[in-house]
Design a protein around this ligand. Structure first.
Ligand SMILES: Cc1cc2nc3c(=O)[nH]c(=O)nc-3n(C[C@H](O)[C@H](O)[C@H](O)COP(=O)(O)OP(=O)(O)OC[C@H]3O[C@@H](n4cnc5c(N)ncnc54)[C@H](O)[C@@H]3O)c2cc1C
Length: 393
């Protein structure tokens, strides 16, 4: 598809080989497009030791649309129960709560999978449709408006009718099209690692809500869980620097012996937290997917789930279209995604802010809101279904 060799136009170029970009490429190919993905290979700079809780809709997308779930499932653990434990120590505290997927007739809320396994599976499925590069560095519209000419860092050029900006939170594509963003940062960072513990987790995800942020233990296969511990950036760095014994002692002081004694912790990494919403998800012959369009704190496991919904919806919009970058196709994508992106990003932001806010009114609102979900009934079930972030439902 290289312009110099055969002068053909590629239906779609996806800039960014993160999980959202790779999933979007595969989904667009399933929709019949000649699509390629380009950017640095995942893990090229550092190994991503995080895990991702993929909710029901994302699992269905991986299974039914991309046909990948069967090979990924053995490396993932189901999330059958969600426990929320309030450790804020505040005057207005939410009651401890337990949600079970069986309450809404499901086997699980989703599955937790190591990012390295997920991205390796997506990359393998991409095969020769992945063009390794140091990224897209220039884009210009062809004079007739029928395509975009892209230049990669090594000088190669492509002509495409649709550019998918999946190039992460600092998206070159988004900036090039002058799409404004609303962005914010938190005085928080997430410390992540994988833990071995003494007793089985029984497929239960446990989220402790503390005054600096949530601490979440998410099941992995075996007697293991991934940890996402949100603290102030200073405290997160301090925890990262502790030796393993002191780290496990600090963790036990915060989380107790929820799955028995913590036995060991893998390498620790720290991620500063921030939020971002792009004012538009489309521009001339371009659509944004994943963190190029929305970034949120890791509360409620929504980030990549939202990115997968972008990919699935974009594939639906282009399927059968004569021109995948046509204005009407992109307007449809914008219509389908804008509300979901806005609602989920703001909900994660609000939930996070009510957790860390020192204002009693916020603390009361959070306690009442979560308390209402503790009562069995339609509101609780509706919230559980919404939280599962289904695709195409
Ligand atoms: C601690 C933590 C825990 C999380 N847990 C969950 C969870 O449980 N569930 C969940 O759904 N989400 C979770 N998330 C969110 C999730 O990790 C992100 O939403 C997801 O990784 C974003 O993927 P992406 O493909 O959009 O972006 P990225 O992974 O950032 O990929 C962007 C890619 O674009 C490339 N690139 C950059 N510039 C260019 C260019 N000019 N040209 C080409 N390529 C370029 C980059 O090299 C990169 O490979 C978590 C996030 C954090 C921080």
């Amino acid at each position: 598809m290289q312009l110099q060799t055969d002068n053909r136009i590629v239906d779609a170029v996806i800039a960014g080989a993160g999980p959202a970009g790779m999933a979007a490429t595969l989904a667009l190919r399933k929709a019949g497009l000649n699509a390629i993905c380009t950017g640095p290979a995942p893990g090229a700079e550092s190994v991503d030791r995080r895990t991702t809780a993929l909710l029901h809709g994302s699992i269905r997308f991986l299974e039914k649309t991309l046909g990948l779930w069967d090979s990924l499932a053995p490396h993932a653990a189901p999330l059958k129960t969600l426990r929320l434990i309030d450790r804020t120590g505040r005057l207005f505290r939410a009651p401890d709560m337990m949600f079970s997927a069986s309450e809404i007739g499901e086997d699980s809320f989703g599955w937790n999978i190591p990012n390295a396994i997920l991205t390796a599976g997506l990359m393998e499925a991409l095969g020769g449709q992945f063009v390794p590069s140091d990224g897209v560095i220039a884009m210009t519209d062809e004079e007739n408006g029928g395509a975009i000419r892209l230049r990669l860092a090594d000088g190669r050029e492509y002509l495409t009718r649709l550019l998918v900006g999946a190039d992460g939170r600092n998206s070159f594509c988004r900036k090039n099209r002058d799409i404004a963003v609303r962005q914010w940062s938190y005085n928080q960072a997430a410390l992540v690692c994988n833990l071995q513990h003494e007793r089985p987790h029984r497929d239960a995800c446990t989220e402790f809500h503390g005054a600096s942020g949530p601490l979440t233990l998410v099941p992995l296969p075996g007697d293991a869980s991934s940890l996402v511990w949100v603290e102030t950036p200073e405290r997160a760095r301090e925890l990262q620097g502790l030796n393993e014994t002191d780290f496990l002692t600090a963790l036990t002081a915060r989380a107790g012996r929820v799955n028995g004694r913590f036995i060991s912790a893998g390498p620790r990494a720290v991620f500063p937290l921030s939020g971002l919403i792009a004012r538009r998800l489309t521009a001339h012959r371009m659509a944004l997917v994943g963190e190029a369009g929305h970034v949120m704190p890791p509360i409620g496991a929504q980030g990549l789930n939202l990115g997968f919904r972008d990919a699935a919806d974009l594939a639906d919009c282009v399927a059968g279209a004569d021109d995948p970058g046509a204005r009407a196709v992109l307007a449809n994508y914008e219509r389908r995604r804008a509300r979901d992106v806005w609602l989920r990003t703001n909900a994660a932001d609000l939930l996070n802010r009510t957790l860390i806010s020192n204002l009693p009114i916020f603390q009361l609102a959070r306690a009442l809101g979560l308390g209402a979900l503790g009562v069995p009934g339609p509101l609780r079930r509706a919230a559980m279904r919404q939280g599962m972030s289904t695709i195409n439902q």
